[in-house]
Ligand binder design. Structure first.
Ligand code: HEC
Ligand code: HEC
Length: 358
C-alpha cells in the first residue's frame, strides 16, 4: 500500500490553468487547488453546466410543471407523501433519516441521498440501478413503501386536475398524459436544483478570502493526506463510481449488497455510490444506511481505515493518521466551505399545485 501514500502526497503547486476534464473555459485557481495523485483525474472545482439529455430538453413550462409534481403529495397512494417528503430543500434535499419512511410510516432500508446536484450522477441510487433521472423518477411513485401508488392511478389523479391537464398540454403539446411526461418534467426540475455558489466555489474562482485558514487546511487534507479526492473529485466531488468502505449496516436491512444486486458481480459486493460532498453538512446523518450521525464521525471512520472485518474493502481504506486538529479542519472544510450560498436552491418553496384541493 506504500504507493498510495507516496502518490497522494504529490500536489502540483503551479499548473498554468485549472479546469475540470472537458471544461474548456479554465479559470486560474489559487495555486493550491490543483491536485493529482495519478490514480485518476482527481480535480475538484466549480460545477460545469448541467448535462441535459437530448431526449428531454429543458423548457420553462416543463421545469415549472416538474416542480409542482415534485412537491405534490397527490402523486402518492394516500395523498401524504411527495418527493419532497424525503428530499426536502430544507434538509439539504434529503430527509432527517437515518433511513426514509414512506406511506403508512413504513421504513425503507437506505438513506435518502440528495436530489440537489443529482443531475451530475452518471447513475442514480446508491447502487446505480437507474440510468437517468427520468428512469429514477418513475420508481418511488410505485414503490410500495415510498409513495405506494401505481402509475395508472397516479396518471388518472393528475389528469383529473384541470390545471395539470392544461400544463401538460403546454409543456408537451399532447393531450395524452403519460408516465414518461411526468418523469421528464420532474427530471427537468431536478436539473435546476444545482448548487453552484459555496465559499469553496468562490475560492476556486480566485477569492482567496472566501475560506478561513482552517478550511484551507481542511481542503489541503482533502486533496492530500486524506486521499479524499481519489473518489470525491470533479465539480460534484464524486467519481460516480462504487466502493466498499465497510460502512456499518444499520436500520431495517440486516444486510445490503449494494452494487452487487445490480451487476451480480462478486467484486461489487457491498459497494455503494460515492456521494457528493456539496451541501453535505445540511443532510446528516450519513452513509447509505445513515449509520454516522456527524461529519466528525465519518472522518473518524476514514481515519481508522474504514470498516473492520470486511473482505472486499476498498484498497484506499487504510488508517490515515490524522491528528485531532486535522480532523477538525477537514470537518470545517466540509461544513461551511462546501455549503451553497445560492438562495434560489437552498430556500426553494413549494409553489401551490394546480387546482387545490384534492
Ligand atoms: C419515502 C421516501 C422517498 C420518496 C417519497 C422519494 N424518494 Fe427519492 N430516494 C429515497 C431513497 C431512500 C433513495 C435511495 C434508494 C436507493 O439507493 O436504493 C432515493 C433516491 C433518489 C434519487 C437518486 C439520487 C442519487 O444520488 O442516487 C433521486 C434523484 C430521487 N430519489 C428523486 C426522487 C423523486 C423525483 C421522487 C418523487 C417522484 C422521490 N425521490 C421520492 C427516498 C425517497
Ligand atoms: C475509495 C473511495 C473513497 C474515498 C477515498 C473517500 N470516500 Fe467518502 N465516500 C465514498 C463512498 C463510496 C461513500 C458512501 C459509502 C456508503 O454509504 O457505504 C462515501 C461517503 C462519504 C461521506 C458521507 C456523505 C453522505 O451524503 O452520506 C462523506 C462526508 C465522505 N465520504 C467524506 C470523505 C472524506 C472526508 C474522505 C477523505 C478522508 C473520503 N470521503 C474518502 C467513497 C470514498
Amino acid at each position: 500500500m506504500r504507493y498510495l501514500y507516496v502518490l497522494a502526497g504529490i500536489t502540483l503547486l503551479l499548473l498554468p490553468s485549472f479546469a475540470l476534464a472537458g471544461d474548456n473555459t479554465p479559470t486560474p485557481p489559487p495555486a493550491t487547488m490543483v491536485t493529482t495523485n495519478k490514480l485518476g483525474p482527481e480535480r475538484i472545482g466549480n460545477l460545469p453546466p448541467v448535462p441535459v439529455p437530448p431526449s428531454n430538453p429543458q423548457t420553462s413550462q416543463k421545469i415549472l410543471l416538474g416542480k409542482q409534481l415534485y412537491f405534490d403529495t397527490r402523486l402518492s397512494k394516500d395523498n401524504t407523501i411527495s418527493c419532497a417528503s424525503c428530499h426536502s430543500p430544507s434538509m439539504g434535499w434529503s430527509d432527517a433519516g437515518p433511513t426514509s419512511s414512506g406511506i403508512n410510516k413504513q421504513l425503507g432500508g437506505r438513506r435518502s441521498p440528495p436530489v440537489s446536484n443529482s443531475a451530475y450522477n452518471p447513475l442514480q441510487f446508491w447502487d446505480g440501478r437507474a440510468p437517468s433521472l427520468e428512469e429514477q423518477a418513475k420508481g418511488p411513485i410505485q414503490n410500495p413503501i415510498e409513495m405506494g401508488n401505481t402509475h395508472l392511478v397516479m396518471l388518472r389523479t393528475v389528469q383529473d386536475i384541470p390545471g395539470y391537464a392544461d400544463e401538460f398540454k403546454h409543456a408537451f403539446g399532447e393531450s395524452n398524459l403519460t408516465i414518461d411526461q411526468v418523469a421528464d418534467a420532474i427530471a427537468a426540475f431536478e436539473r435546476t436544483v444545482v448548487t453552484t455558489d459555496s465559499p469553496f466555489d468562490r475560492y476556486v474562482k480566485g477569492d482567496i478570502s472566501a475560506l478561513t485558514s482552517q478550511e484551507k487546511k481542511g481542503l489541503e487534507i482533502f486533496n492530500g493526506k486524506g486521499h479524499c479526492t481519489t473518489c470525491h473529485w470533479g465539480g460534484n466531488l464524486s467519481d460516480g463510481r462504487f466502493h466498499n468502505l465497510g460502512a456499518p449496516q444499520t436500520g431495517p436491512l440486516k444486510e445490503d449488497n449494494g452494487r452487487y444486486d445490480v451487476t451480480k458481480d462478486p467484486q461489487d459486493q457491498g459497494k455503494f455510490k460515492t456521494p457528493t460532498i456539496r451541501d453535505v453538512a445540511l443532510r446528516a446523518p450519513y452513509l447509505h444506511s445513515g449509520s454516522d450521525k456527524t461529519l466528525e464521525d465519518v472522518v473518524e471512520f476514514y481515519n481508522k481505515g474504514g470498516g473492520k472485518g470486511v473482505s472486499s474493502l476498498d484498497p484506499m481504506m487504510v488508517p490515515l493518521g490524522l491528528s485531532k486538529s486535522e480532523v477538525k479542519a477537514l470537518v470545517a472544510f466540509m461544513t461551511r466551505a462546501m455549503t451553497s450560498l445560492n438562495p434560489e436552491v437552498a430556500n426553494v418553496k413549494p409553489i401551490p399545485p394546480s387546482d387545490l384541493p384534492k
